[in-house]
Design a binder for this molecule. Structure first.
Ligand code: HEM
Length: 442
């Protein structure tokens, strides 16, 4: 190796390195490294070295080298205990086959259908709120996003048949997420995870069997998974269907909950911009008007607010890869055996790309400014390259529908004035956000 390895951030403890600081505030640690060394530097998590890459030029290397010099499977291997070998957890050839199947779920006609379903489900939720009251956004959205996913991917009938029990089991499964501990430790949360998974399989099995016998009765994503024939002619095994379905719901659940909640919170904290959003709703899709595809694209102030939330409050605040062969990056080489990491929380706040980055300013995406278009790897809340989020348009549309329908029917006020970012083992989200609401035309 002729080039040097990335310089280490100060403050590493003997044995533990930066592990404690990473656990307590990983963003602050990366910010400090950036101030000390610039765009490439290293941290040490116990005996694991991690190269942190900041900024679009190095994000490009990170995303374009994935599945080449960088591996995606190892950092996510803890997900295998929940979903088996699906998508990027499967061998590369199998991944490509499965990805093609999943992409079909998001083709244009399907998206048009989901837009209608989303409006129905969100309206049903709003109808159930009564004329006034208080609600905690995160817990409301946990259920709402489940309802949307259930109705879109399983179909209304199957979703109703599954009932709330399914989502209670889903919660047990999701709470088994732990990137740090060995997944087979005899801990209560891992036992609950395995029990929930087995029960969900038991619930879905007869549904899948019935659908295999009467495929003509259904036209939804679950049916696409069931009907799909792989290049060698075989149908997907039941286990794979269940794992793909659960994996997809998992990838899209907490992530959407967090960013949807922040969209409402940041709009309420920025009344001037909220006024623009409300005027737009009045012009494009006033109360009672269905949001058809044309209207959806005209809700651009909402779309910019949703993008600003992706920048300022990304649900996925960092991504990791394993370095499988020495990787030259800038003036350094990241040695094989290290991890590589990109950190949305820090990279989305670079003042060279985003003017006054701490300010909520969705107009930065308007024509003429288009700060996000300077580089395709500037904004990476949905990742980049081959593994870029498959559900991005779905999630953005869902957040647009929630925002438009909520603000056109209700006046809202933040009771929790300053919700904080809660960074758990999975996606980030607001810790608690109570809002007071009043229906405009009771
Ligand atoms: C605001 C909501 C969402 C955010 C912030 C988000 C974020 C991300 C990110 C950052 C990645 C890249 C991971 C990596 O490179 O390591 C990703 C991948 C993925 N996301 Fe999302 N996601 C969201 C919603 C969804 C939804 C709604 C779905 C599906 C229903 C979904 C399904 C997936 C899948 C399947 C992948 C893996 C793609 C692949 O490896 O080819 N996501 N997501």
């Amino acid at each position: 190796m002729s080039q040097p390895i990335p310089p280490m951030v100060s403050g590493a403890l003997p044995v533990l390195g930066h592990a404690l600081e990473f656990r307590s505030d990983r963003t602050a640690l990366v910010r400090r490294g950036f101030e000390e060394h610039g765009k490439i530097f290293g941290i040490k998590l116990a005996n694991q070295n991690v190269a942190i890459l900041v900024g679009p030029e190095y994000h490009r290397t990170f995303f374009m080298e994935t599945d080449k010099a960088l591996g995606i499977q190892e950092p996510y291997s803890f997900l295998r205990s929940m979903f088996g070998e699906v998508l990027f957890l499967a061998p590369h050839e199998v991944y490509l086959e499965q990805r093609a199947v999943v992409l079909e779920a998001f083709r244009r006609e399907k998206m048009l259908h989901y837009a209608d379903v989303m409006q129905e489900v969100v309206q049903a939720w709003l109808d159930g709120l009564g004329d006034s009251g208080e609600m905690e956004l995160v817990s409301e959205f946990v259920r709402l996003v489940q309802e949307v996913a259930g109705h879109c991917f399983l179909g209304r009938e199957a979703h109703q048949q599954l009932g709330r029990e399914f989502w209670d089991l889903y919660t047990d499964l999701a709470e088994g997420l732990d990137p740090l501990l060995p997944p087979n430790l005899p801990l209560p949360k891992f036992r609950r995870r395995d029990r929930a998974k087995a029960k969900m399989q038991g619930i879905l099995e007869p549904i899948i069997l019935e659908r295999r016998q009467h495929p003509e009765r259904y036209d939804d994503f679950l049916q696409d998974l069931i009907n799909k024939r792989y290049p060698d002619g075989r149908l997907a095994e039941q286990d794979l269907i269940v794992n793909m379905l659960l994996g997809l719901m998992f990838a899209g659940h907490e992530t959407t909950v967090g960013q949807a909640a922040w969209t409402i919170i940041l709009l309420l904290q920025n009344p001037d911009y909220l006024r623009l959003v409300q005027e737009e709703i009045q012009q494009v899709a006033p109360d009672g008007v269905h949001i058809d595809p044309k209207r959806m694209t005209q809700l651009e102030h909402i779309a910019w607010a949703v993008r600003e939330v992706e920048r300022m409050r990304p649900s996925v605040d960092m991504l990791m890869r394993t370095v499988k062969e020495d990787l030259p990056v800038g003036d350094y080489v990241v040695p094989q055996g290290w991890l590589a990491q990109v950190t949305q929380d820090v990279a989305h706040n670079l003042p060279v790309l985003f003017e006054d980055p701490d300010t909520f300013d969705p107009l930065r995406y308007a024509p003429g400014r288009a700060e996000d278009k300077q580089d395709r790897f500037a904004l990476i809340g949905f990742g980049g390259g081959i593994h870029k989020c498959i559900g991005m348009n779905f999630a953005n549309m869902e957040m647009t529908v929630i925002t438009a329908l909520l603000f056109r029917q209700f006046d809202l006020e933040l009771v929790t004035r300053h919700p904080q970012v809660e960074r758990g083992l999975g996606a980030s989200r607001p810790d608690k956000a109570v809002v007071r609401y009043r229906r405009r035309n009771p």
